[in-house]
Design a protein. Structure first.
Length: 93
């Protein structure tokens, strides 16, 4: 029982920094460019291999401070937001 608790506590302690980094603050600014990435992953289970692919949609947004941020968006937001548009306002038309 003590060993199980110790393992669970160690896993929680190691995964806490990872969850803290995944939450990002909302970005507002002007869309300066758009990009798509086509990614594939192969998973192996025993002797079987399965391959899954998807497209990631990204907008590069220049903030009021002048820095550029890369924002992952849905395909519909990618289609709605053109270069020079105000983000996130353009994604919710």
């Amino acid at each position: 029982m003590k060993r199980t608790f110790a393992v669970l506590l160690a896993v929680a302690a190691l995964s806490a920094p990872l969850t803290a980094c995944s939450k990002s603050k909302p970005v507002t600014g002007t869309v300066v460019s758009k990009d798509t990435d086509y990614e594939c992953k192969t998973k192996r289970k025993g002797t079987k291999k399965t391959r899954t692919c998807h497209t990631e949609y990204e907008l590069n947004v220049r903030t009021k401070g002048g820095s550029e941020e890369e924002v992952d968006v849905s395909s519909s937001a990618y289609a709605l937001c053109t270069e020079g548009a105000a983000y996130p306002k353009c994604s919710s038309r």
